[in-house]
Design a binder for this molecule. Structure first.
Ligand SMILES: *Cc1c(COP(=O)(O)O)cnc(C)c1O
Length: 408
């Protein structure tokens, strides 16, 4: 991360911290809120879009966070949205009648494919041969021809090893070995127009140079197939997977190295008639979202110190899902209106737990804390993607957090 951007991040966090202090003064209930800094969100994404080479487009994969405020803020900036269900298509169309939509994901139902056609989805990412048959049939009944990309699970070897969705057996995409069979029989699908390929093979890549190398590999394969099967490659969708460094917030994916490498790559590897599509989720919405939660209790149990907060993994499942300690800072609250003692720990290793009746309800394990008191607020950072969106909100029927959107 460049010095300039890390300075602006420090200012953004300071603004959120100030907001929390004000909120605490105004409310008696323990603080528990997701806070979205819309100004920071817009600045972050706009800078990314504006610095990309002309033949590439940035879509936002809304499963990372599909809140209306987020979609509203991003719609004027990104090239479109990537969705993975009819429900997500409806969410997008609620805020824009015509923003381009890409639709992927395994096991699409007939209703979803029909919905995609009716809501004017730009490209459908076909995940299997059966889906191709199904879509061709539905498109025929509607009397239309649908533009698609074939999602392929590549065999590799890849230029790097951190793959999640491809390069190994998964439920995603068409096995690479079946591609010739599909391509040679495209005439059997007259209501489907194959416009290119989709390769989303990994998640949370932190290394800009290795990401460029991966894209180079994608270009090579897409070109090879385009030549071999006489396909005009209009689009190459390279997926998402640009990462967020949760273990060291100062060292994030180096975007400027990435876009420079990308510009060179696109000039040398692809025809100017091919557009490269990105569909990023985490990288776009993580940094401007926070989960703020008040410390309710502090105790030591079998030699380990637990800090218990309002909320937990039913609001913010990301740390358990990724098996990491989520980064946070302590917002100190001076007021203590009670006559009894205020529990606190100083210079201790702490584990942060929520209110659920399961030992898995942990947000951070064995992390150093200089001082934490009951009534202070833990501000979890980089919580804006795959946080609330992936959590099991109703487990134990605790109240939901507030959702606060700081203005642009
Ligand atoms: C989840 C997903 C994305 C977004 O992934 P991030 O790692 O959040 O960038 C993009 N494309 C597909 C097909 C996905 O399933």
């Amino acid at each position: 991360m460049s010095l300039e951007s890390s300075t602006s991040y420090t200012l953004e966090v300071a603004r959120v911290r100030e907001y929390i202090q004000e909120m605490k003064e105004l409310q008696n209930e323990p603080i528990c809120a997701y806070i979205r800094d819309l100004r920071a969100l817009v600045a972050h994404v706009r800078q990314r879009v504006q610095s990309m080479p002309g033949s590439s487009k940035l879509f936002y994969a809304i499963k990372a966070n599909s809140e209306e405020h987020v979609l509203q803020a991003l719609a004027p900036i990104v090239h479109g949205f990537e969705v993975a269900s009819l429900g997500e298509i409806v969410k997008v169309r609620k805020i824009s009648a015509d923003i381009p939509i890409l639709f992927g994901g395994p096991g699409k139902t007939e209703a979803e494919l029909l919905g995609a056609i009716e809501y004017g989805v730009q490209l459908i990412h076909v995940e299997s041969l059966h889906e191709l048959n199904k879509l061709n049939d539905i498109a025929e009944q509607k009397g239309v021809c649908v533009s698609v990309l074939l999602r392929v699970n590549l065999s590799g070897p890849f230029p790097q090893a951190t793959l999640a969705m491809g390069g190994r057996p998964t439920q995603f995409g068409i096995d690479e070995s079946l591609v010739p069979q599909v391509m040679e029989h495209l005439k059997d699908y007259p209501h489907v127009q194959v416009e290119g390929f989709h390769f989303h093979s990994l998640s949370n890549n932190l290394n800009a140079i290795s990401h460029v190398k991966l894209l180079k590999y994608y270009c090579k394969i897409a070109n090879q197939w385009s030549t071999e099967f006489g396909l005009t490659l209009r689009y190459l969708n390279v997926g998402g997977g640009i990462g967020v460094n949760y273990s060291n917030l100062e060292e994030q994916f180096d975007w400027s190295i990435f876009v420079n490498g990308l510009a060179t790559l696109l000039t040398s590897e692809l025809k100017s008639s091919t557009t490269v599509l990105f569909e990023c989720g985490r990288y776009l919405t993580a940094s401007s979202g926070y989960y703020a939660t008040e410390v309710l209790d502090i105790k030591t149990n079998h030699g380990k110190t637990f800090v218990i907060v309002r909320g937990g993994t039913h609001h913010f499942r990301l740390p358990v899902s990724w098996q990491h300690s989520h980064p946070f800072e302590v917002v100190e609250v001076e007021a203590w209106p009670h006559s009894y003692d205020r529990p606190q720990v100083m210079e201790k290793t702490i584990t942060v737990a929520g209110q659920l009746c399961t030992p898995k309800d942990i947000l951070a394990s064995d992390v150093a804390a200089s001082r934490v008191r009951v009534g202070d607020i833990l501000l979890f950072q980089y919580a804006g993607a795959y946080g609330w969106a992936i959590s099991h909100h109703e487990f134990l029927s605790h109240p939901h957090p507030k959702h606060i959107y700081l203005d642009q």
